[in-house]
Design a protein around this ligand. Structure first.
Ligand code: AMP
Ligand code: ZN
Length: 568
């Protein structure tokens, strides 16, 4: 039964669904043709031969003649009648006996057979496949990872147990998928686990453990696992995983860091050799309210300011730009210089009170992080957290503005919005911003497409679960120290396009043409040069480290091509 429904579902999806539409139109055309012939038949019979037939008889005549059955029980006896009958027969042969079966075969049967063959049990990658990435399990994080791998031009295969999902991925998104039970050892051989570059495992925790053990019995290919429960991290390591990522813990920590001004740390968002690119909220630094010139960041720490991020909008500051407490500065420099900056931020501690809306897995992880600093907080959730006996939360619907007011949202300094529903998160962001315009709001986006809406609703920082997970995995693949990036920013590097060789940075007009800024230059055999001055000469073989939003990155690719430098 399951198989039949799966096959039927095939026809309701993607290209097959489109073809089904064509079949409907064609059937409608045939029906119309039969009705026209039936009407003409009745007219000709009456006027040429004086015989009267019912409309049903007309339809019957048209069908028997078109299908060349021609029982001969109703026939014309005049020349014009013969000509008409002959034309009906010929059109029937063409439309019914030639075009219809041909269409059915090419639009339905052939793609269906091709599709079945692709999922034959023997599906295998060619024996010499190597350096590919294997992704077990498909969810929003895996999807964001796929996006990253595609832009890095790294070949990958997704392995899923869900037949429907595998069809959809391949049919609609053109992704290479192997479908089968992940506990099938033969499948592991067929997808060439031994010669893969990296294996990402993103299933339920028990399945993650089983799969790691099975892979380890075959080969030493590095494995990174996303653990659903932070308590299971050790088990995954024991099962043979090289890296185990607890997204819940990382997201909770990030939300906590962004919501408080105490114990603030610069987040490393990317690294190139010794060069680190990091972000830090202005309200954590002594520079709030000062212009960039007054702040003297380079003089005090040696760090170069490469941009300012204000509610998801990245700009390159001038010396007169005022550093607003709600914005974030993006800096380039060494780890030692960042430590120096962090020491300055310690002076800025202020009385803090954080609201956490949503005491699920991530809200609980944020609370645990705040416990450590420690910073006082108040948790609100509509239900009890069954897995947590450490925190007591106010039970109630956070969308109830009166509840928020009564709990003291107007006095709070920070707010973490972390329910599992994005429309609720947008609503909570908007109503809290309205109730307390000064509050620092950090919001979680469960789906990437809602990031912009959360910024528009008034969030200061937005973190999307999926892209954080994907960026962590991508960094693992590229052996980078980087943690992750606030939504709306991306750092990427490209080999200097040939068209720019010999020009200086100003003449290259990269910023005017693409909106991206050159953060640093990598020069073979020497240290990366952060924030190169506009008159820096660009020479062949250099690598550009650029910053922009994802759209600007695409723009760069469009204008200058996609030649990537060697990975660090
Ligand atoms: P998790 O995805 O595990 O971080 O859980 C999200 C949490 O948000 C759950 O504990 C939900 O009960 C909670 N939640 C969802 N909607 C609301 C709401 N309107 N008010 C309060 N809590 C909510
Ligand atoms: Zn808790």
């Amino acid at each position: 039964m399951k198989t039949i429904s799966a096959e039927l579902a095939y026809f309701l999806r993607g290209r097959a669904k489109q073809n089904l539409k064509i079949l409907w139109y064609y059937s409608f055309f045939l029906l119309l043709l039969v009705l026209v012939y039936a009407s003409l038949f009745r007219y000709l019979m009456l006027h040429l031969e004086g015989r009267e037939y019912s409309f049903i008889a007309g339809v019957y005549w048209a069908i028997t003649v078109m299908t060349t059955l021609g029982f001969g029980d109703i026939t014309f006896h005049t020349d014009l009648g013969y000509i008409f009958a002959a034309l009906v027969t010929i059109s029937g042969v063409v439309f019914l006996l030639i075009i219809l079966p041909f269409g059915l075969i090419s639009l339905f049967l052939a793609p269906w057979i091709e599709q079945r063959l692709r999922y034959r049990p023997g599906f295998a990658l060619p024996a010499d496949t190597s350096d590919h990435v294997l992704i077990f399990g498909i969810n929003p994080t895996a999807r964001a990872l796929i996006h990253n791998l595609e832009s890095l031009a790294i070949p990958f295969v997704v392995i899923t147990e869900d037949y429907q999902e595998s069809l959809r991925l391949e049919e609609e998104e053109g992704i290479r998928v192997a479908c089968g039970p992940v506990s099938d050892k033969k499948l592991l051989y067929r997808i060439r686990v031994a010669s893969a570059r990296y294996i990402f495992v993103n299933l339920s925790d028990p399945k993650n453990v089983n799969l790691c053990l099975m892979i380890r019995a075959i080969c030493k290919t590095p494995i990174a696992v996303i653990a659903n429960d932070p308590e299971h991290l050790d088990l995954m390591h024991l099962a043979g995983a090289n890296k185990v990522v607890s997204l819940t813990r990382i997201l909770g920590r990030y939300l906590g860091i962004r919501a408080t001004t105490q114990g603030a740390l610069a987040h490393i968002i990317d690294s190139f050799g010794r060069l680190r690119i990091a972000e830090i909220p202005v309200n954590c630094t002594p520079f709030a309210g000062q212009t960039l010139e007054q702040a003297e960041i380079r003089q005090r720490t040696g760090l170069a300011v490469i941009g300012v991020l204000e509610r998801g909008v990245f700009t390159v500051p001038s010396k007169d730009t005022v550093l607003a407490p709600s914005s974030m500065v993006v800096l380039a420099g060494t780890r030692e210089q960042l430590t120096q900056l962090e020491q300055l931020t310690g002076e800025q501690a202020e009385d803090d009170m954080i609201f956490i809306l949503g005491h699920g897995k991530i809200g609980c992880a944020a609370a645990k992080f705040l416990d450590h600093i420690p910073v006082p907080y108040l948790l609100i959730d509509q239900t009890e957290n069954q897995n947590c006996d450490k925190h007591i939360s106010v039970i109630g619907d956070a969308t109830n503005c009166q509840l928020l007011r009564k709990s003291g949202i107007e006095q709070a300094k920070g707010l973490i919005v972390t329910t599992n529903d994005d429309s609720t998160n947008v609503f909570l962001t908007l109503s809290s911003r309205h109730a307390n315009p000064q509050i620092r709001i950090v919001a979680r986006a469960n789906r990437e497409e809602n990031v912009e809406q959360l910024y528009a609703a008034g969030a200061d920082f937005v973190v999307s679960n999926a892209s954080v997970g994907a960026n962590i995995l991508t960094n693992i693949l590229e052996s980078k120290e980087s943690i992750f990036l606030t939504e709306g920013l991306t750092i990427f590097r490209r080999l200097l396009p040939d068209t720019l060789v010999g020009k200086n940075i100003e003449e290259s007009r990269i910023r005017q043409l693409t909106g991206c800024s050159v953060v640093a230059l990598e020069i073979k055999g020497s240290e990366p040069l952060p924030s190169p001055p506009p008159d820096t000469r660009l020479e062949s073989g250099m690598k550009l480290v650029l910053i922009g939003n994802p759209h600007q990155e695409e723009e760069f690719t469009l204008k200058f091509g996609n030649k990537r430098g060697a990975k660090s």
